[in-house]
Design a protein. Structure first.
Length: 182
Protein backbone atom coordinates (compact mmCIF):
# COMPACT_ATOMS: atom_id res chain seq x y z
CA UNK A 1 0.00 0.00 0.00
CA UNK A 2 1.38 3.46 -0.77
CA UNK A 3 1.71 6.19 1.83
CA UNK A 4 -1.06 8.36 0.41
CA UNK A 5 -3.57 5.52 0.69
CA UNK A 6 -2.41 4.65 4.21
CA UNK A 7 -2.78 8.25 5.32
CA UNK A 8 -6.34 8.37 4.00
CA UNK A 9 -7.34 5.08 5.58
CA UNK A 10 -7.85 3.47 2.16
CA UNK A 11 -6.83 -0.16 1.74
CA UNK A 12 -5.17 -1.49 -1.43
CA UNK A 13 -8.40 -3.01 -2.79
CA UNK A 14 -10.33 0.20 -2.31
CA UNK A 15 -7.48 2.23 -3.80
CA UNK A 16 -7.41 -0.03 -6.86
CA UNK A 17 -11.17 0.28 -7.22
CA UNK A 18 -10.90 4.09 -7.07
CA UNK A 19 -8.10 4.05 -9.66
CA UNK A 20 -10.16 1.84 -11.98
CA UNK A 21 -13.18 4.13 -11.51
CA UNK A 22 -11.08 7.19 -12.42
CA UNK A 23 -9.75 5.54 -15.57
CA UNK A 24 -13.30 4.54 -16.51
CA UNK A 25 -14.66 8.01 -15.78
CA UNK A 26 -12.00 9.72 -17.88
CA UNK A 27 -12.53 7.20 -20.69
CA UNK A 28 -16.26 7.94 -20.73
CA UNK A 29 -15.61 11.67 -20.92
CA UNK A 30 -13.07 11.33 -23.72
CA UNK A 31 -14.83 8.63 -25.79
CA UNK A 32 -17.73 10.80 -27.00
CA UNK A 33 -19.66 13.87 -26.02
CA UNK A 34 -20.80 13.33 -22.42
CA UNK A 35 -24.32 14.69 -22.74
CA UNK A 36 -25.71 12.39 -20.06
CA UNK A 37 -22.88 13.23 -17.66
CA UNK A 38 -23.42 16.94 -18.06
CA UNK A 39 -27.20 17.10 -17.96
CA UNK A 40 -27.26 20.52 -16.38
CA UNK A 41 -25.30 22.07 -19.25
CA UNK A 42 -26.44 22.76 -22.79
CA UNK A 43 -26.02 19.38 -24.50
CA UNK A 44 -25.63 21.00 -27.91
CA UNK A 45 -22.80 23.17 -26.64
CA UNK A 46 -20.95 20.18 -25.17
CA UNK A 47 -21.50 18.10 -28.31
CA UNK A 48 -20.22 20.95 -30.49
CA UNK A 49 -17.22 21.46 -28.22
CA UNK A 50 -16.37 17.76 -28.39
CA UNK A 51 -16.59 17.78 -32.19
CA UNK A 52 -14.48 20.95 -32.53
CA UNK A 53 -11.92 19.74 -30.00
CA UNK A 54 -11.49 16.08 -31.02
CA UNK A 55 -13.08 15.58 -34.46
CA UNK A 56 -13.32 18.83 -36.43
CA UNK A 57 -13.97 19.21 -40.12
CA UNK A 58 -10.96 17.30 -41.32
CA UNK A 59 -9.38 17.16 -37.88
CA UNK A 60 -9.97 18.47 -34.39
CA UNK A 61 -7.84 20.83 -32.37
CA UNK A 62 -6.52 17.85 -30.37
CA UNK A 63 -6.02 14.33 -31.75
CA UNK A 64 -6.24 11.92 -28.78
CA UNK A 65 -4.20 9.09 -30.33
CA UNK A 66 -0.86 7.72 -29.14
CA UNK A 67 0.43 7.32 -32.72
CA UNK A 68 -0.17 10.98 -33.48
CA UNK A 69 1.44 12.24 -30.26
CA UNK A 70 4.45 9.95 -30.52
CA UNK A 71 5.16 9.99 -34.28
CA UNK A 72 3.07 12.78 -35.80
CA UNK A 73 1.07 10.28 -37.85
CA UNK A 74 -2.14 8.34 -37.20
CA UNK A 75 -2.13 4.52 -37.36
CA UNK A 76 1.63 4.32 -36.87
CA UNK A 77 4.00 2.07 -34.89
CA UNK A 78 2.52 2.82 -31.42
CA UNK A 79 -0.83 1.47 -32.64
CA UNK A 80 0.82 -1.69 -33.99
CA UNK A 81 2.64 -2.19 -30.67
CA UNK A 82 -0.59 -1.72 -28.73
CA UNK A 83 -2.47 -4.16 -30.96
CA UNK A 84 0.23 -6.76 -30.32
CA UNK A 85 -0.07 -6.30 -26.57
CA UNK A 86 -3.88 -6.36 -26.73
CA UNK A 87 -3.68 -9.64 -28.64
CA UNK A 88 -1.31 -11.10 -26.01
CA UNK A 89 -3.72 -10.08 -23.22
CA UNK A 90 -6.73 -11.35 -25.15
CA UNK A 91 -8.42 -7.98 -25.71
CA UNK A 92 -10.50 -7.75 -28.87
CA UNK A 93 -11.51 -4.53 -30.57
CA UNK A 94 -15.19 -3.82 -29.90
CA UNK A 95 -17.43 -4.16 -32.94
CA UNK A 96 -18.67 -0.89 -34.37
CA UNK A 97 -15.79 1.17 -32.95
CA UNK A 98 -14.31 3.33 -35.69
CA UNK A 99 -11.43 4.92 -33.80
CA UNK A 100 -8.05 3.20 -33.68
CA UNK A 101 -7.32 1.39 -30.43
CA UNK A 102 -4.64 3.92 -29.41
CA UNK A 103 -7.34 6.52 -28.62
CA UNK A 104 -6.80 7.70 -25.03
CA UNK A 105 -10.29 6.51 -24.01
CA UNK A 106 -9.46 2.98 -25.15
CA UNK A 107 -6.19 3.04 -23.23
CA UNK A 108 -7.98 4.25 -20.10
CA UNK A 109 -10.57 1.47 -20.54
CA UNK A 110 -7.75 -1.07 -20.79
CA UNK A 111 -6.08 0.27 -17.63
CA UNK A 112 -9.39 0.07 -15.78
CA UNK A 113 -9.82 -3.51 -17.00
CA UNK A 114 -6.30 -4.52 -15.95
CA UNK A 115 -6.98 -3.20 -12.45
CA UNK A 116 -10.47 -4.76 -12.16
CA UNK A 117 -9.62 -8.10 -13.73
CA UNK A 118 -11.81 -7.68 -16.81
CA UNK A 119 -9.31 -9.61 -18.98
CA UNK A 120 -9.29 -12.96 -17.25
CA UNK A 121 -7.43 -11.93 -14.11
CA UNK A 122 -6.39 -8.92 -12.03
CA UNK A 123 -3.05 -7.70 -13.31
CA UNK A 124 -0.36 -6.90 -10.76
CA UNK A 125 0.70 -3.31 -10.10
CA UNK A 126 3.97 -4.11 -11.89
CA UNK A 127 2.07 -5.35 -14.96
CA UNK A 128 -0.21 -2.31 -14.85
CA UNK A 129 2.88 -0.10 -14.57
CA UNK A 130 4.47 -1.77 -17.59
CA UNK A 131 1.36 -1.19 -19.71
CA UNK A 132 1.11 2.40 -18.45
CA UNK A 133 4.81 3.05 -19.16
CA UNK A 134 4.54 1.72 -22.72
CA UNK A 135 1.23 3.14 -23.84
CA UNK A 136 0.16 6.12 -21.69
CA UNK A 137 3.12 7.68 -19.86
CA UNK A 138 5.05 8.84 -22.96
CA UNK A 139 2.24 11.11 -24.13
CA UNK A 140 -0.83 11.06 -21.87
CA UNK A 141 0.06 14.04 -19.69
CA UNK A 142 0.92 16.10 -22.78
CA UNK A 143 -2.46 15.25 -24.31
CA UNK A 144 -4.26 16.21 -21.11
CA UNK A 145 -2.35 19.51 -20.97
CA UNK A 146 -3.32 20.19 -24.59
CA UNK A 147 -6.99 19.50 -23.76
CA UNK A 148 -6.69 21.73 -20.70
CA UNK A 149 -5.25 24.59 -22.78
CA UNK A 150 -7.26 24.12 -25.98
CA UNK A 151 -8.82 27.28 -27.41
CA UNK A 152 -12.20 25.60 -27.90
CA UNK A 153 -12.28 23.89 -24.48
CA UNK A 154 -14.81 25.12 -21.94
CA UNK A 155 -16.33 21.89 -20.59
CA UNK A 156 -13.21 19.88 -21.44
CA UNK A 157 -10.61 22.19 -19.89
CA UNK A 158 -11.24 20.81 -16.37
CA UNK A 159 -11.37 17.27 -17.84
CA UNK A 160 -7.86 17.91 -19.13
CA UNK A 161 -6.81 19.15 -15.70
CA UNK A 162 -8.27 16.09 -13.94
CA UNK A 163 -6.64 13.77 -16.44
CA UNK A 164 -3.25 15.49 -16.24
CA UNK A 165 -3.18 15.46 -12.44
CA UNK A 166 -4.38 11.85 -12.27
CA UNK A 167 -1.70 10.73 -14.73
CA UNK A 168 0.96 12.61 -12.74
CA UNK A 169 -0.13 10.75 -9.60
CA UNK A 170 -0.15 7.42 -11.44
CA UNK A 171 3.31 8.08 -12.87
CA UNK A 172 4.75 8.87 -9.45
CA UNK A 173 3.01 5.88 -7.84
CA UNK A 174 4.34 3.49 -10.50
CA UNK A 175 7.83 4.96 -10.09
CA UNK A 176 7.61 4.42 -6.32
CA UNK A 177 6.48 0.83 -6.85
CA UNK A 178 9.39 0.18 -9.23
CA UNK A 179 11.96 1.56 -6.80
CA UNK A 180 10.40 -0.24 -3.84
CA UNK A 181 9.43 2.90 -1.93
CA UNK A 182 6.15 2.89 -0.07
Amino acid sequence: MNLEAANLGIDDGEEDSLRADMYGFLASLLRSEPAKLAGSLDNGMIRNEYVELFVGVGRGEVLPFASYYLTGFLNDRPLANLRGEMDAIGIKRAEGVREPEDHIASLFDIMSGLIRGDFGRVYSVAEQGTFFAKHIHPWGQLLMRDVEEAKTAIFYAPVGTMGRVFLEIESKAFEMDLTGHE
